[in-house]
Design a binder for this molecule. Structure first.
Ligand code: SF4
Length: 244
């Protein structure tokens, strides 16, 4: 009962926090209502004991740390995230005399071998179920910085990114702006010319090479590090990957 009261208080506080969020971040009321409905329904729950649970071992992507996780899925719903005790990032350690050693993986259910995720890792469950999660490409629908976006289909996004054209002809001031698509950039036939670079006078004797060299992948912290080289090096055929 006490726990329920506490939870209710928490919900009230959450609602207030969300209301504040609506004011400052322009979340639509309808979205916020959906979010409120979800709170308490999703989120990390106690270990399920009375139903069949599927255990899926994966890697946390809530930061670049790459801890191993163990996802518990009941009736198709992710109900709990834990650390994977067999993943090297998640080993627990214990003091043995004046040295620290990895804990015994056979320590049993109550042993110190269970592995942990940090609170941010635990919150990964909300990344999956948040109604604010982006699930479609967004295209800018106003001037840069105006904060206006529209949802487009994956087909439209891929067509426009690859084919280019006057992609922002509906945006005031950009009616005639031509965007070069990847199809035009990713070729070895045409060299980078003055129409592509304002720095031709700084180029080495052979020039800047084929237009393909215009393609640069600039990420911040790369949470998808094993995947991006497959796209950038193997598919686009360039070595230009820059981290922060
Ligand atoms: S559990 Fe925490 S530290 Fe580990 S990857 Fe996830 S967010 Fe990063």
């Amino acid at each position: 009962m006490e726990a329920k009261m506490k939870r209710r208080t928490f919900l009230k506080l959450s609602t207030a926090a969300i209301a504040a969020g609506v004011t400052v971040s322009n979340f639509k009321d309808a979205d916020a209502a959906e979010w409120k409905k979800e709170i308490g329904k999703k989120g990390s729950q106690p270990d399920p004991v009375d139903e069949e649970v599927k255990l899926i071992r994966s890697v946390c992507l809530m930061c670049h740390g790459g801890c191993g996780l163990q996802a518990k899925v009941a009736k198709g719903e992710l109900v709990k995230l834990d650390g994977n005790p067999y993943h090297p990032n998640n080993y627990d350690y214990e003091a043995k005399g004046d040295i620290v050693v990895e804990s015994d993986l056979d320590g049993g259910h109550t042993g110190k071998d269970r592995g942990t995720l940090c609170p941010k890792g635990n919150a990964g469950i909300y990344s999956l179920y948040s109604p604010f999660r982006l699930q479609h490409p967004l295209k800018r629908a106003g001037a840069r910085g105006s904060g206006k976006w529209k949802v487009i289909s994956w087909k439209q996004a891929i067509t426009e990114i690859c084919g280019g054209g006057k992609l922002f002809k509906d945006v005031k001031g950009e009616e005639n702006r031509n965007i070069e698509g990847l199809k035009s950039i990713l070729n070895n036939e045409n060299p980078i010319g003055p129409e592509d670079s304002a720095y031709m006078d700084e180029a080495p004797p052979g020039g800047w090479g084929p237009k393909r060299n215009q393609f640069v992948w600039a990420h911040g912290r790369n949470e998808q590090s094993p995947l991006t080289p497959r796209f950038v090096s193997d598919s686009a055929g360039v070595p230009h990957m820059l981290n922060h």
